[in-house]
Design a protein around this ligand. Structure first.
Ligand code: FES
Length: 182
């Protein structure tokens, strides 16, 4: 069967960053740059990494696609399908569960009209339960990009949080994060 050409193309700015990360490692060890490159790929291509994007990363790193899939599917910070503007990564590990993480997830499911992993109809929120985010003393908590939102114990607190996130729509959307195509 004829090989299909990968049409995925990084912007010049993204490629410059990719090459910079690769240059941090010795010859033949370029795979070590896979995590920052996947972050760049996710920022560049709509907040998620498709199989085609992962294949492109493999091509750039001169490794097998399966090596990229293994990493991207292991870490929850990589999205494997399209996401909303705000990805709510809710901790569901033991200590947070003891403080109501299950209830927080149920409340968010109800208020956003989504199941776990789903995106709200308005495209604003994706609900993504994840494992421990190292903020165990302030659970139940969630993360949106690099920011923590903690002690979300009551429905009122969840409402206030969602309202704040809705108003933050003027910020750069998740899916236009780091790189602007010229
Ligand atoms: S258990 Fe939730 S942050 Fe650690």
């Amino acid at each position: 069967m004829a090989e299909t050409k990968n049409e995925v193309k990084f912007s010049d700015a993204a490629m410059a960053d990719i090459q910079r990360y690769i240059s941090h490692y010795p010859e033949g060890r370029q795979k070590s740059a896979i995590l920052p490159i996947l972050h760049i790929a996710q920022a560049e291509f709509g907040g998620w990494v498709s199989p085609e994007v992962m294949d492109k990363v493999a091509e750039i790193l001169d490794i097998e696609p399966i090596e990229v899939y293994e990493v991207a599917t292991f870490y929850t910070m990589f999205n494997l399908k399209p996401v909303g503007r705000h990805v709510l990564e809710v901790c569901r590990t033991g200590p947070c569960c003891l403080r109501g993480a299950d209830q927080l997830i149920e409340t968010l499911k109800h208020k956003l009209g989504v199941e776990e992993g789903g995106t709200s109809a308005d495209g604003l929120f994706t609900l993504k339960p994840v494992e421990c985010l190292a903020s165990c003393g302030t659970g139940p908590m969630l993360q949106v990009r690099e920011k923590f939102y903690e002690n979300l114990e009551t429905e009122e607190q969840v409402d206030a949080f969602l309202e704040m996130m809705r108003k933050s729509g003027v910020e750069t959307p998740y899916h236009q994060a780091a790189y602007q195509k010229s």
